[in-house]
Each structure stands twice: as C-alpha cells, then as structure tokens.
Design a protein around this ligand. Structure first.
Ligand code: FRU
Length: 612
C-alpha cells in the first residue's frame, strides 16, 4: 500500500512536470503555476525575441542573472495571438546564467491553459533582428523615429563637435508607454539620424523619465574636462531627480552612486538646466507637475541645488499637468534686446485638446522669472504650435552660432498609444529654430522656423510657378510620384481682399487635408477630419486653427508632407501647425483655390525629397 501510494505520487509528479516543462530551441520553459513561468536561457543567440499582444496587460519579468535580479521589465506578452516581437538583448549578460521570472497579470484556469498561450510557441532566440520596411506606409522618411518600440518626449539634447545628440523616452519592449529608458540617436545634419545604443536604463530608483544634458565646460562637477552631464527624473514609487555623466561624448553614462541629487515632498519632474554666465552658477527649472507651476533652483556644482522661486500658479493654461520645461534667452526682432522664453508643456489643456507647448516671454535674473503682461496687466497664454501633434518640445544645449534649435514629440497623449502603427509608435517633429518677434498686437511671440538644414531635403522641383492668379476655379498640381508623395511645398500667397484661400492636399480615395486662410479674420485652419484613418480615436478627427500674426493678407508657407505627418510653417514660423495624418493611400495632388475674388501665388514650388 505504502509502495503503491509512493508510485502514485511519483507518477503524478511526472505528469505535472511534463505539463509544466516545454522548450523552444535554447530556451527552457517551466510553468510554475497558473500565472508564473520561469524561462531559462540554455542555448546561444544574442536576442531573446518576446512575443507581444498589445491588448494584454503587462507581465512583470524579473531578469535574474546568476540568481540576482538584474532588472525588471514589463511586457504585454502574447496570449491568443502575437502582434509583433520585441528583442531582449542578452549581450550584456553573456557567459552568465540568465533566467526570466515571469508573472502574468491574470490567472489562468489551469497550467494547461497557461502552457497553450501564443507566447511560448513563438518565443525564440536569434542572432540578428531586421527592422527595415516593416511599416512602410506610415514610417516617416525624413523624421527621427525609433527603430521599434514606443517613443515619447525628446530628452537631454546637446550638440558637440559637429554632432547633434538626441535622447528620447523609449520603451524597448513594446509600442505603448512603459519601461522608460533613454534611447539615443545622433545626426550631423539634423535630417539623417543614426540609432545609437541605449543611454540610460531603469534602475532601483525607477525608470528614467525626461531630463536634459549639458557640457560642463568649467568642470564644476569634477567629472572631467568637457564631461556631458545629464539630469533626469528617477520615477519609482515617487519622482526624484538624478544625475549621470558621460566622458565619451554622450555614448555611455555613469549614474551617480549617491543618486538622487534632489528630492521634494511632491511630484516634480523633467529637470532642465543651463550654465548662467552672468551669475556664474547653474540654473535649473523643474516641473512641479500637479501644482501647475515651474520651480527654479541654482547650484554651483550640479549636485547641490537650492530652491529660489517658482512661477506659474494660476497663470496661463492650468487644465493639465505642467511638464518638460525649458528656459533660455532670445533676441527680439533680430535686435540686441533680449527676452527669456519659458517653455511649459502642458497635458491635457492644449488649445485643441490633449497636450501642447505653452510658453511665456519675460525676464530672468538668475533666480526669478517675471512674465511680460499685456495692456490689461494680464499674463497672456501663448502656444508655440497650433496643431495637435507637437509636445514636450525642448531645445538643444550648446547648439552652434547661438542657435535655439528645438524638437518636439510629434504626437498627443490623447491618442499616441492608439495611432495605426505597431512596430514603432511616434516620430519627432522636424527640428525648428526659435526666435522672438513683436506681433501686430504689440506683444512678443516666439516663432519656430524650419531649421536651415532642412533645405538640404529638397531634391527635384516637380512643379514651379513664378507667379499666377488663384481663382475660384482653382488649380491642381501633382505631388511627386516617388516615395509615396512625400514632399515640401513652398510658396507666397496674396489673399488680400478675397474671402478665403483654400489649399487641399488629397488622393483619389477621398482622403484630404484642407488648409484655409481667412485674411479678414487673420486665421489659418488645418482640417484633418477626412485625412485618412481617423477612427482609432475620437479625439483625432479635428480642425486646428492658428492666428497668422499679419495685417496685409499675405502669407508665405512651407509645408512638409511625410508619410504620416504634415508640418506647416507660415511666415517663417510665426504660425506653425504640426498634425499627424494617416492617409489610406499616399496623397497625390494639391489644389489651390480662392473664394470671393482672385488671390495670387508666387515663387511656388513642390520639391521631391532627397532620400539617402
Ligand atoms: C511628458 C512626460 C514627462 C515625463 C515623461 C515620462 O510627456 O509625462 O513629464 O518625464 O513623459 O515618459
């Protein structure tokens, strides 16, 4: 009897282990229960390919290296189908025992059910991953976008020795927000971007939220000559500010062992800092997100910070959290007069819903920001972009020739995770150079003109018109046939005296973007209600409207059409509209017509885009 019972227990155990153990090539999979699986790497291969199903919740994966938790990542592992695969790079743990301890967010009814999931069928080891042309319809041709995975804010940008460094909020393990890591890209021309190795990974203090970097020219922090110093938010249970430095021009960073360097009793993030020549110390702006204000600190050495003042409570748009600040001086109207621009990105609460770039113009004395007021003594609310898809815009530090070159995340928190791409989500805007101008209302505004480097994008002019009348009958031109119609359209328009000027960019399946200039109201609108795919979010189909800041019925336009975006720069960036579009087929034509009389156009051209 005793023997028989033992035999029964042994055979039950054998059944159980047969149930729980399965293997892909070089991967041993042990199901430990209804929601826990242990996965051991036994074979060769640089990447563990993890199957993702976007609609699932995240599984928590502790990566154990020689028995210790080296990192924790969150991945929407596939249950019923695999939408796409994401690579986990095993190179860094080469020669060590690597085990993935996976906890699924939901329980299955049995281990058998757990075992049957798509994840375990498709998981694999491989030596190389090819990303090219996975999503040709909507992957931008001349914008920076991550190779794969989710991207939000641009971070930590600095320029050094001819190279523009761009870091960004990146999820390497899926196309929705998670696992915030600083991805890295470099460019020598602000057009072509090289994907570089990851710069900063999550650690025990949390994931790596937004921040900025500078070159410490005077070695105030003692990290060495021309060290690049980055400040970022460590986002764990709470948010705190941390420091990392690089002695190899931003290719790799060392985190300060004594991080965090700055803590507060409430949520604050996205440190942005610069060396103030006048005061001889570092100035830091920090978004006091939920308080809808910015906090200002100073420091002699980047490690010790003193709170000096705050700005923003009750001012400007207050509907959303204040995030991603930037603060810098600019000349007004090209004169010697200098004003300071304080960028306060907010989400939600933008003029067309969701996220947007708000800014204030004023004075900065090294400790306090004083905003300019209008004739009634109020601080006006100003927006840098009158489209829906420019957020978290910040500028490069140390840009050449005293330039203030900026870039934003070309999406909106309202629908960024739903846009119809999957291998990657989101690109950055084209780079823009900022300056200040006095508008007809007497106030100072910021313009953001396409960075001069973008002229190099122009290839063949497929159409040029020196001067022509624009009538209510309208004229239609073809967009370049190559590369799905991507192009730059530029021209001057005189609409003085007409009711409106309408420019329609369209294709033969009825997708269209309608741009309307109303010279009497001095507004320009961008209607993407029927631009292509819109149904993925209720907030996408929309018309955005901008003031044109002119008084003579004349505008100049530069319009950049990439595969899933249109950026419109009016009057050298005095009004700007950045909007995503997802045409079902590429746009093929542009029609220009007027209402209520004849308008005219001059120096009009449609350029195809140089692709390397
Ligand atoms: C802005 C933001 C930042 C934060 C980051 C996290 O889009 O919310 O405030 O640092 O995204 O990814």
């Amino acid at each position: 009897m005793k023997y028989q019972l033992r035999k029964f227990i042994m055979s039950a155990a054998a059944t159980l282990s047969a149930l729980s153990l399965s293997a892909a090539d070089g991967i041993e999979i042990n199901h430990l229960g209804v929601n826990n699986t242990l996965l051991r790497i036994t074979g060769e291969g640089r990447y563990l390919m993890l199957p993702v199903q976007e609609s699932n919740d995240d599984a928590r994966i502790n990566v154990l290296v020689d028995g210790k938790i080296a990192e924790t990542i969150y991945v929407r592992l596939a249950h019923t189908r695999t939408d796409f695969m994401v690579p986990f790079d095993l190179e860094q743990y080469k020669g060590k025992n690597v085990t993935f301890d996976i906890v699924q967010p939901h329980s299955r009814s049995s281990v058998r059910e757990a075992k049957g999931e798509a994840c375990w069928k498709n998981i694999s080891l491989t030596d190389s991953v090819t990303w090219t042309d996975r999503e040709p319809d909507y992957r931008p041709v001349f914008h920076h976008a991550p190779l794969y995975g989710w991207m939000n804010d641009p971070n930590g940008m600095f320029y050094k020795d001819g190279v523009w460094h761009l870091y960004y909020q990146w999820n390497p393990y899926g196309s929705k927000w998670q696992n915030m890591t600083w991805g890295h890209a470099t460019s020598t021309d602000l057009i072509n971007w090289k994907h570089e190795p990851v710069a900063l990974r999550p650690d025990g203090l949390g994931s790596i939220f937004s921040g900025s970097s500078v070159i410490d020219h005077n070695n105030t922090a003692g990290f060495g000559e021309d060290a690049v110093v980055a400040l970022y938010t460590s986002a764990g249970t709470s948010q705190m500010q941390s420091l990392a430095y690089s002695n190899d021009n931003g290719m790799s960073f060392t985190k300060l062992a004594s991080n965090p360097i700055l803590t507060l009793e409430s949520e604050a993030r996205d440190p942005n800092f610069f060396w103030n020549e006048q005061t001889g110390e570092w100035n830091l702006t920090l978004a006091h997100a939920l308080e809808h204000e910015m906090l200002f600190f100073t420091s002699p050495d980047l490690k010790h910070w003193t709170l000096r003042s705050s700005f923003g409570k009750g001012e400007g748009a207050q509907d959303g959290v204040w995030e991603c600040p930037d603060l810098f001086p600019l000349h007004v109207d090209g004169t010697d007069k200098v004003k300071w621009m304080l960028v306060c990105n907010i989400n939600p609460g933008g003029p067309f819903g969701g996220s947007a770039v708000q800014y204030f113009i004023g004075d900065w004395d090294g400790k306090t920001f004083t905003a300019d007021t209008d004739a009634d003594g109020n601080i006006p609310t100003k927006w840098l972009d009158y489209g829906k898809d420019n957020y978290a815009l910040v500028t490069w530090s140390d840009a050449p020739d005293n330039r203030r070159t900026a870039i934003g995340w070309m999406s909106n928190w309202e629908y960024a995770a739903e846009v119809p791409t999957s291998q990657f989500r989101s690109a950055n805007t084209l780079p823009r150079d900022l300056s200040l101008f006095t508008a007809p209302d007497g106030l100072i505004y910021a313009s953001s003109a396409p960075s001069p480097e973008l002229l190099a994008l122009r290839d063949r002019a497929v159409k040029t018109v020196k001067k022509a009348a624009v009538s209510p009958k309208g004229v239609t031109y073809s967009l370049p046939a190559e590369n799905g119609g991507i192009c730059e359209i530029s021209g001057n328009f005189d609409a003085a005296g007409v009711d409106s000027l309408m420019i329609t960019i369209f294709n033969k399946v009825g997708n269209r973007v309608v741009l309307t200039y109303d010279p009497a109201k001095r507004t320009f609108s961008f209607d993407r209600n029927r631009s292509g795919k819109e149904c993925f979010s209720d907030s996408f189909a929309t018309t955005t409207v901008s003031p044109t800041f002119e008084t003579d019925g004349k505008i100049s336009l530069r319009i950049f059409v990439d595969r899933s975006s249109i950026e419109l720069f009016g009057n050298d960036g005095r009004f700007v509209m950045t909007n995503l579009v997802f045409p079902i087929e590429p746009y093929t034509n542009i029609e220009i017509k007027s209402f209520g009389g004849n308008a005219s156009l001059s120096d009009f051209a449609i350029y195809s885009i140089k692709t390397n």
